[in-house]
Design a protein around this ligand. Structure first.
Ligand code: XMP
Length: 509
């Protein structure tokens, strides 16, 4: 790609992706690289700047995440954040010591001298989260600020363009952190800000044309934002050498399959091939209860489905998927541990013949929505709540059967329609009903019942990496619960999930 890039080296910090997002919000393309490959990536890609992230380890510990800065410091502008700040000190001739107390939370930053970056903070509140701290700055560095318990909270070497801050400018609890990042990118590193959705569309369509050559692409669409936007991009690039396929695996929400086909053909792509694969998926899932096996089974059934239809789908050579950057990261990089196999990342079998193209794999969800708008997709499509590729299967704990799918569909329909009717759906990232695989005793019409519970979940989130439960009004929840136990056969109890992500995830499996 021709645009300038900032590499963010991930030392395992919880905010690393946020750094990437913040940089992109400032109009600069940014990519995350695990520390284990960072040196090679930096030397090969020669990025316009490098940011060293935070991380949970101590630079003093055995086997601590490391980066050899020889030939990098002084050549490429560097910004170290938290662990990155300590690593700069440790590697460039300063020193780090364990602090007496762990410093966590908001602190008042006291600037010293004429520190370039540190002076960007008009609001002096900064967010700290660290154990170790820098004891002495490396030779050539000036200390540019402190907090009451951290004497070297910022330093800089303007000549070599190396900067370090102990606090986290990427989090919203550092109100002027954005100004600091902006100044690093534009004043220090001299970047031009050439990253925008228009530039992304141009580069990506060009890239698709080069990759696909004279071939054809099979676009698997689910009706969700990601696959719709990805299909629109591929169509923009290749015109009628695209076949859009919608696989109805029987695991969609109530009426959704029909809605997707109608919306898609009306608004966007008139030649949608809809495959009814319900029987195939239900047979493959029979007896499967383990979440990872479920995901892998679904991933492989999808591909089988495409393979089976590939010939009649006019000899497609490529399969497009709407994989996003968080999917790629969450499916496991060298530093992030694997949370779950997103069916469209890790679940593809080795024997697959179609080559995969993933035009959105560098984007976060909000960036995808923006690209969708630019490509002229209808708002209803662009603003749709995210829905997992494996569908209701990951919201049905235990075995997935037609009967259990029907239960979830009904309960989900009631919940979401009530949220809409009460005007509560706006601002909710995702809302859904899940079915648990336990039974509990209840009583209905003087009869004992022994049935399954439904869990309702509604979360707020910015990018699905973290999420919090929505504080829904009790009356709404109570009303929904009453409707579900009365109208959905097989359910005698309704629960509301209050857990945030982390420690939970958004989906139950
Ligand atoms: P979790 O449950 O990991 O979900 O917090 C994060 C976001 O990803 C969606 N999700 C998936 N999307 N294929 C997808 O396309 C999948 O296998 C998958 N699993 C989860 C989930 O709905 C949430 O928005």
């Amino acid at each position: 790609m021709s645009h300038q890039t900032v590499l963010v080296v991930d030392f395992g910090g919880q905010y690393t992706q946020l750094i990437v997002r913040r940089i992109r919000e400032l109009g600069v393309f940014s990519e995350m690289v695990p520390w284990t490959n960072a040196r090679q990536a930096i030397l090969e890609k020669r990025p316009a700047a490098v940011v060293l992230s935070g991380g949970p380890k101590s630079v003093l510990g055995e086997g601590a995440p490391d980066l050899d800065l020889d030939g990098i410091a002084g050549e490429i502008p560097l910004l170290g954040i938290c662990y990155g700040h300590q690593l700069l000190a440790h590697k460039l001739g300063g020193s780090v010591e364990p602090a007496k107390d762990r410093e966590y939370g908001r602190r008042e930053f006291v600037p010293a001298g004429t520190g370039h970056l540190a002076n960007q903070l008009s609001d002096k509140q900064v967010w700290m989260s660290h154990g170790d701290q820098v004891k002495t700055a490396p030779p050539g560095f000036t200390i540019t600020g402190s907090t009451d318990s951290c004497p070297i909270a910022a330093f800089e070497d303007r000549v070599r363009r190396v900067y370090g801050v102990q606090f986290h400018p990427e989090v919203s609890h550092t109100p002027d952190g954005r100004a600091l990042l902006r100044s690093f990118l534009f004043d220090v590193a001299g970047l031009v800000g050439d990253w925008s959705s228009a530039a992304f569309i141009e580069e990506t369509t060009q890239g698709i044309r080069e990759t696909v050559g004279e071939g054809r692409v099979l676009c698997a669409v689910s009706g969700g934002v990601d696959s719709s936007v990805a299909a629109a991009l591929v169509t923009e690039a290749l015109g009628d050498r695209v076949t859009c396929v919608f696989v109805d695996h029987g695991l969609l929400r109530k009426n959704e399959a029909e809605d997707v086909v109608r919306e898609f053909t009306e608004h966007f792509h008139p030649h949608l091939v809809a495959i009814n694969a319900r029987d195939q998926f239900f047979s493959a899932l029979a007896g499967v209860t383990d979440p990872e096996v479920k995901r892998k089974t679904i991933g492989s059934e999808f591909v089988k489905c495409f393979e089976q239809h590939a010939d009649e789908l006019q000899g497609c050579d490529f399969l497009m998927q709407g994989t996003l950057y968080p999917d790629v990261i969450e499916s496991g990089s060298a530093t992030a541990s694997k949370i779950k196999t997103h069916h469209n990342v890790g679940g593809l079998p080795d024997w697959m013949r179609l080559k995969v193209i993933e035009p959105l794999k560098w984007l976060f969800k909000d960036e995808v929505r923006e690209v969708g708008r630019q490509l002229g997709l209808p708002e209803a499509m662009v603003d749709r709540e995210p829905f997992p590729g494996p569908g209701l299967a990951v919201r049905i704990l235990g075995e997935v059967t037609r009967e259990r799918v029907a239960i979830v569909q009904e309960a989900d329909f009631i919940f979401r329609s009530e949220l809409r009717a009460a005007g509560l759906h706006k601002g909710i990232w995702q809302s859904y009903a899940a079915l648990l695989d336990v039974r509990s005793v209840g009583v209905m019409g003087d009869e004992r019942t022994y049935q399954q519970p439904i869990v309702l979940r509604a979360v707020q989130s910015e990018d699905a990496m973290t999420a919090t439960a929505v504080p829904l009004p009790f009356e709404t929840l109570e009303h929904v619960a009453n409707r579900i136990v009365n109208e959905v056969a097989g359910v005698n109890r309704v629960l509301y999930d209050l857990t945030s992500k982390p420690p939970a995830t958004i989906e139950w499996e």
